[in-house]
Design a binder for this molecule. Structure first.
Ligand code: FAD
Ligand code: NAI
Length: 466
């Protein structure tokens, strides 16, 4: 029987990163994966394929609508969807191979099959009707999440799809009805909108992107509406019927009232994700779950069973790949006797649309609710030189700082490349920096990042270009 220091169940960004860090620290490590390829949701049906399609569809859109105004004359671009899907697949394959390489490089055994925890120190791995039991000092559960389903609406991944089906449609839908104005709805809605679909988003709440700063979300909604998105806020989809030709979705106001019917060629259900623990044997092993089905952990990622830890989407916190990765590193270090730690106050979030939306730290709503006195500095991209010359001036930077100490509490950006720009704010906040620190840091000219410096100057009411 094989014996390990650590067995990690699941090879998403949480699991594979944890395995690599543990191997670096001298542990003998195995990963267990039931999917045919490594990399989890993120690499196979999440972050990576969605970003490949976002990039390709943005190029399509730019060629159609932006090249001309820069004096680059091209004939109207023609969409070859199979080739675009092939581009996406090449991206997936490249990244999956990268994880396989990392497993080999770090001498991590890859056990293909479904992992089941038999108790402290024992994992059963089953595939094709055969099973083996491996012994291990520690176990990390990194089994991720699955789509949340809507009662009464069956997902067939062809016409009524989750994100997985929406990443592989074989033709551009005439009308795409999206249930949920969260990250997936807006990213994948952008992809199909750019490729020619009419996009209608039905959202239960009275706003898009719940959890994001309200002012940013409002402006983002306006920008998306300008791009052609139609939002039906404060509404829910009560059922979807297929009349043979079209899908008929029954839309009800969230607060009650008369329903209306909308027709669509494809319905995308993206109302959140739920922790995935099927087949893990947690109940029998005595691993406790919380009231939302997430594996319960203490501040050191330890579950209720000795030697069993959990990280990533399967535990509480934002369902983000980089959060899972950082937890993977931290738990490996803790298991090795070091002081692994994740700072949950500084986890950036990015929506990879055009423009992008990014954030780190507290929103204005959260500060108000906490009764915290704060100052705000804002700077629009319309006043940023680089954005002006490139004619990409949508959006602004918003910095929230402690009114007394000037310490930066939150940074929110809407604009091109906002997802890259947010990281200087992350570093600043990790070091407990102030708006003044940011304002006095030299920023290269001409860059979009100068808008961050100007927003920091605006906290002290002394922005130069506004
Ligand atoms: P996962 O990546 O879900 O991996 C879990 C793995 O465990 C899977 O491979 C699964 O097969 C395996 N597994 C489960 N049970 C068992 C078992 N019993 N035995 C063996 N193996 C098992 N996040 C971002 O930060 N940025 C993005 O841009 C982004 N885009 C996304 C786009 C989409 C469409 C979706 C759906 C998600 C996106 N996410 C994004 C979220 C991100 O994918 C997740 O937060 C991340 O994958 C979580 O990592 P994880 O390691 O916890 O789990
Ligand atoms: P989400 O939680 O971001 O958004 C779901 C939306 O659906 C919410 O606005 C919610 O109010 C709404 N909703 C819920 N029930 C509804 C109903 N019955 N009718 C209408 N609307 C309803 O979830 P989403 O978009 O499915 O994404 C899942 C997870 O994947 C997110 O937690 C996100 O963190 C992660 N993800 C991250 C990405 C990124 O970092 N760029 C990209 C894609 C996904």
């Amino acid at each position: 029987m094989a014996t390990y220091d650590l067995v990690v169940i699941g090879t998403g960004p949480g699991g594979y990163v944890c395995a690599v860090r543990a191997a670096q620290l001298g542990m003998k490590v195995a990963v267990v994966e039931k999917n045919a390829t490594l990399g989890g949701t993120c690499l196979n049906v999440g972050c990576m394929p969605s970003k490949a399609l976002l990039h390709a569809s943005e190029m399509f859109e730019e060629a159609a609508h932006s090249f001309g105004k820069m004096g680059v004359s091209v004939s109207a671009p023609k969409l070859e969807l199979p080739a675009m899907m092939n581009f996406k697949q090449q991206g997936i394959d490249g990244n999956v191979k990268g994880v396989e390489f990392l497993m080999k490089k770090n001498k991590i055994d890859v056990l293909k099959g479904t992992g089941k925890i038999l108790g402290t120190g024992k994992v059963e791995v089953s595939a094709d009707g055969k099973s083996q039991v491996v012994d291990t000092k520690s176990i990390v559960i990194a089994t991720g999440s699955d789509i949340a389903r809507l009662k009464g609406i069956e997902i067939d991944e062809k016409r009524i799809v989750s994100s997985t089906g929406a990443l592989s449609l074989d033709k551009v839908p005439g009308k795409l009805l999206i249930v949920g104005a969260g990250v997936i709805g807006l990213e994948l809605g952008s992809v199909w909108k750019r490729l020619g679909a009419e996009v209608i988003v039905v959202e239960f709440l009275d706003r898009i992107l719940p959890g994001m700063d309200g002012e940013i979300a409002k402006q983002f909604q306006r920008i998306l509406e300008k791009q052609g998105f139609v939002f039906k806020l404060g509404a829910k989809v009560a059922g979807v019927e297929n009349n043979g030709k079209a899908l008929l979705a029954k839309i009800e106001p969230a607060a009650g009232g008369a329903a209306e019917t909308l027709d669509a060629d494809v319905v995308l259900v993206c109302i959140g994700r739920v922790p995935y623990t099927d087949g893990l044997g947690l109940k029998e092993a005595g691993v406790a779950l919380d009231n939302r089905g997430r594996v319960q952990i203490d501040p050191h990622f330890a579950t209720s069973v000795k030697g069993v830890y959990a990280i990533g989407d399967v535990v509480a916190g934002p369902m983000l790949a980089h959060k899972a990765e950082d937890e993977g590193v931290a738990v490996a270090e803790i298991i090795a006797g070091q002081a692994g730690h994740v700072n949950y106050d500084v986890i950036p979030g990015v929506v990879y649309t055009t423009p992008e939306v990014s954030c780190v730290g507290k929103t204005e709503e959260e500060l108000k609710q906490a009764g915290q006195a704060y100052t705000v500095g804002k700077f629009p991209f319309t006043a940023n030189g680089r954005s002006k010359v490139n004619q990409t001036t949508d959006g602004f930077v918003k910095i929230l700082a402690d009114a007394k100490t000037d310490r930066v509490l939150g940074v929110h950006i809407i604009g091109r490349e906002a997802g890259e720009m947010i990281h200087e704010a992350c570093v600043l906040m990790e070091f407990g920096g102030s708006a003044e620190d940011l304002a006095r840091t030299c920023h290269a000219h001409p860059t979009r990042s100068e808008a961050i410096k100007e927003a920091a100057l605006a906290v002290g009411k002394r922005a130069i270009h506004m």
